[in-house]
Design a protein around this ligand. Structure first.
Ligand SMILES: *Cc1c(COP(=O)(O)O)cnc(C)c1O
Length: 356
């Protein structure tokens, strides 16, 4: 028998979650954001499940090429744009659209071969302060793109810093609207949080990522409340048990000390599988059909879970680290991170089971 850990990727859940995005933004087209190996779910696996999307958004040039080579004909956009002239030329030849966020990229466009029709998303910095043209520079950048014979469709774009939080989007929307006043071009603004919560940002193309994978973009609203289904379930088994006497400690550093007699299960999952090492005692783990918590420090290949009050649990009992029955957002909250980071960190050594 192989080591019992695996990740199940549920295609029906991905398709279902795309439907939730569409239901919230019925008049917009959807770029399914499948950067970072589709947030750990597998690029082509996720693309197949999300093939009804109007477009795909990635960061990695190689991912864009793989999508085209796999036969996807919809729009594909590079969210950070191209990094050199070779990517620009090859991308343009394969009708891969690109974000243009800075003067250097705009200048690189001058090298575009005659006869190309490169679609561009012009990115404006409306307050995130990472990528994008300053609001005052947006009009001039747009004019240069429009005048360029090798540039096809231009879409106006910005990205929100707190669409999931208290500050919301209005402050950025105002800056964006002022920057592009008078420009009649399609717009793409909304990430998952804005797709779900801020209809005024929907415009022509929304760009949901995290919601597709069944994790909530909002700290205070669960994925289930939003109607989202978990696309990734990381599961393993108890491979040994250990009885503790009061005073016994568990694992490296002795971070957990038993106060009463206890029984713990040793689970075949550790940080080399993508489970966060900094998850503290009590991070939720589903053991069989009962929720329990971790004890002691997560090690490279193993973690420990309290099974004192789960009499049926023993060697071979199935454990869900996150996913079906143990929301990834609960695990992330306990571990001081977000669902995004957990799913992206799923390690290559974990076998994947595709569920359809
Ligand atoms: C990653 C990303 C998104 C998707 O964000 P989510 O919060 O996962 O919905 C949208 N737009 C841009 C530019 C991104 O980089």
């Amino acid at each position: 028998m192989p080591r019992p850990i695996n990740a199940t990727i549920d295609s029906a859940a991905l398709a279902h979650n795309l439907g939730i995005a569409r239901a919230h933004a019925p008049h917009a087209k959807v770029f399914a954001v499948i950067k970072a190996n589709a947030y750990g779910h597998g690029l082509l696996r996720a693309a197949a499940a999300l093939r009804a999307a109007d477009g795909f958004a990635v960061v990695e040039f190689d991912a864009a090429l793989r999508l085209r080579a796999a036969g996807y004909a919809q729009r594909i956009v590079l969210l950070e744009g191209f990094f050199d002239r070779r990517e620009l030329a090859e991308g343009a030849a394969r009708r891969i659209a690109t974000v243009v966020h800075c003067e250097e990229q705009l200048r690189m466009l001058d090298g575009l071969a005659a006869g190309t029709r490169l679609d561009v998303l012009l990115k404006i910095n409306s307050g995130m302060n990472r990528l994008g043209f300053a609001p005052e520079a947006a009009g001039a950048a747009y004019s240069r793109l429009q005048a360029h014979p090798g540039v096809g469709k231009v879409t106006l774009m910005t990205h929100f810093a707190d669409a999931d939080g208290a500050r919301g989007v209005d402050w950025q929307l105002e800056t964006f609207e002022r920057a592009v006043a008078g420009i009649a071009a399609p717009r793409s603004l909304a990430n998952s949080a804005a797709t779900l919560r801020h209809p005024a940002t929907h415009f022509d193309w929304v760009r949901p990522g995290i919601l597709l994978y069944g994790s909530s973009p909002f700290p205070e609203v669960s994925a289930a409340t939003l109607g989202l289904k978990p696309a990734m379930t990381l599961a393993s088994e108890i491979i040994a048990t250990c009885d503790l006497k009061p005073g016994d400690t568990v694992g490296y550093g002795g971070l957990f000390r038993a106060e009463h007699p206890m029984r713990i299960g040793i689970v075949a999952c550790g940080y080399a599988d993508g489970y966060p090492r900094h998850a503290p005692n009590g991070t939720p783990v589903l053991v069989g059909d009962r929720l329990s918590g971790t004890v002691g420090r997560v090690s490279m290949d193993k973690l420990c879970v309290d099974i004192t009050h789960i009499p049926g649990a023993g060697i071979g009992t199935r454990v869900v680290l996150w996913g079906e029955g143990n929301p990834i957002d609960d695990v992330a909250l306990a571990a001081g991170t977000v669902g995004y980071e957990l799913m992206c960190a799923l390690a290559a050594r974990v076998p994947v089971i595709e569920k359809h």
